[in-house]
Structures are given as C-alpha cells and as structure tokens.
Design a protein around this ligand. Sequence first.
Ligand SMILES: *Cc1c(COP(=O)(O)O)cnc(C)c1O
Length: 370
Amino acid sequence: MIPYGRQYIDEEDIKAVAQVLRSDFLTTGPKVQEFEQALADFCESNYAVSFSSGTAALHACMYALGIGPGDEVIAPAMTFVATANCVAYMGATPVFADVIHSNLLIDPQDIIKKITPNTKAIIAVDYAGLPCNWDALRQIADDHGLFLVADSCHALGASHKGKMVGSIADLTVFSFHPLKHITTGEGGAVTTHNPYSYQQLKTFRNHGITTTHQERKLWHYEMVDLGYNYRLSDIQCALGISQLKKMPWFLKARQEIADTYMMSFIGWDGIQLLGLVGPDAVHAYHLFVIKVKADDRERIFKELRARGIGVQVHYIPVHLHPYYRQNFGTGEGLCPVAEQAYQEIISLPIYPGMGISDVYTVINTVKAVV
Ligand SMILES: *Cc1c(COP(=O)(O)O)cnc(C)c1O
C-alpha cells in the first residue's frame, strides 16, 4: 500500500535523538528552547512554545485568549475535529462557517454572517497547506474586535504575500504528528509575536505554574491558574530540530509531487482539481485533494484502496459528527458547500520520501479507476 502520508526519518534524526538519551535531560532541558527558537526563526515569529500535540497547542490558544462559557468562536466546517474541540474544552461554543467552493478554505463572507455579540475569536485553517486569505480575515477580525487564530497544522513552510505562516495571525498552531510536514512523534507548537500570549501559553503548558524549575529560588513556585502537563520532551524536541533542517527539501518534494499530479490530471474527465494557487500564496501541500463525482466517490475510493493506493477523505465536516449534533444542535444544511465537497473529495498520497515511480503508479491507477 502506498500510504497517503508518511514521516521521513534519516540517520541524522536518529543520532540527534540518541544524543539526548545519553544526556542529563530527557525533558525540560536545553533542546526545548533550541527547538522553539529554531521554529520561531523559521516562521519569522517572535516566539514559539512547544506542546505535547497540536491539539494541546489549540487548547492553550483558547486559554491564552481567555475563551470561556458564553463565548463563541468561529471555525470552518471542513477541518479535523481538533480545530473545534479546543473551543468546547473551554465550555465555549464553536460556530461553524462554510468554506469556499474552489479551495475549501473558510469563507470570509460566511464568517461575517455568523458573528454575534458573543463572538470572541476566529480560528481559520490553511486547509491542505494553502494559506487562507489572511488580509480579508484580519480586516474582519479588526472590524469586529476579534482574535485571529491560525490552525496551520497543514501549512508549515507556506506563506501569504511574502509573510510566513506562523507570523500572520495572533496565534498560529502547528502539529508534528508523523503525517505532518515535520514530526516529533506526537507534538505541536504555537507561534506568536505577543509577549503576554507567550507567557500565558508557557504557564498553561506547565500546570498553571508561572516559573520553570530553572527559574526558581529554592523551593518556591506559584500555581496561578488551572493548567496541564502539555510539555514536549527534549527527546522529541531534538527530533524536531533535526527535522526542521530538512524543511526546504521536504517542501520542494511535496510541491514537485503536487505539480506532477496537476499536470497529469488537468482537464481529465471526471477529476476536478482544487482551484489553482494564486501568485499571493506559497502552498505547503500537506494534502493533495481531488474531487470526483459524488455518486462515484465510494466506488473510486474502494477500488483505489483495493489496488494499493492509500487514499483518504479529509474531512467529514465537523458539524456532522454525533458529538456536535447532540451537544450543539448542528446538522445538515448548516454549511452546504462543505457538505457537498465532502461527498466528492479524495486525498491522494503525498510525502517527501515518495518515489517518482509511486507518483506515476498513483496517477495511472487513479486515471484507470475513474
Ligand atoms: C493534525 C491536525 C490537528 C491536531 O494535531 P495533533 O498533533 O494530531 O493533535 C489539528 N488541526 C488540524 C487541521 C490538523 O490537521
């Protein structure tokens, strides 16, 4: 089976991890700050805070913004459940906005329709690795006094109008799950320019305690709020540092595979590509998504799997999951564009170590099956 995504680990990564295993600090040691600095530099952001997962990083963002019961946070329907779950963790209400037909990014017009006096923030997702229209989102956020959060778990290395993803929104979240651009096994991070948010994120990650063990005088420390243990270990951060060095090549490899797919499928009967990338954006291609006829999608999906192509569907619209139906009264008709797209989408394999012969196997098999 050619998987839809896969980590790329080399001997340098293994050496970096082994070195930490032989050192004094397995966690809360020097590798954490080193990784955070490298990530902040890569994203052209002032600060980065690492977390045990992208989901924990999203949770921390909601804490840092003071989201609580009675608040509403707008999120796209077409995303992984974690984007909305972080709102529910705080006892607040996720409000689902529809997406744009051509690229499945959150629709600024629908955001405006869904703003109420209770709205506190927007979480936008750089779906598949394509940056949102961040100018439009910033305008809406400023006009209505809202915080702007980027769930950029798909988009490490992407940029919009020359600005790196990670330097645009108030808070930007990344994931280091093995299927994402770089991996730490499990892991995540938030980048921000804001020193207050930076402190809040660090406190939340460490039980709500304001000082780390290095900063302490004698035994004294203060827990000022209810936080969690959401730390990323030095073992994981060493892997992250080593992985981040390969990002230029990782990105190029993904973009070359995407180019090959586009050249092969463009104009092919029964296959629709998502909208072409404009000159404003650099796409990071976490996913390569095609659309097929809705009434043929299940057959195509099954036949591709049967022929060894590890396709996936990203995503079941979040508001259609039983949890959201039962607890937030969501359901069909709330976000019709996302619901229709969900009937048509298939994600094809794309990952840095994917050989060109596998790329052509996917192309030829997809054409044959469609
Ligand atoms: C992967 C992902 C997450 C969650 O990241 P984890 O590290 O798996 O917790 C959140 N949002 C989106 C859009 C993702 O793709």
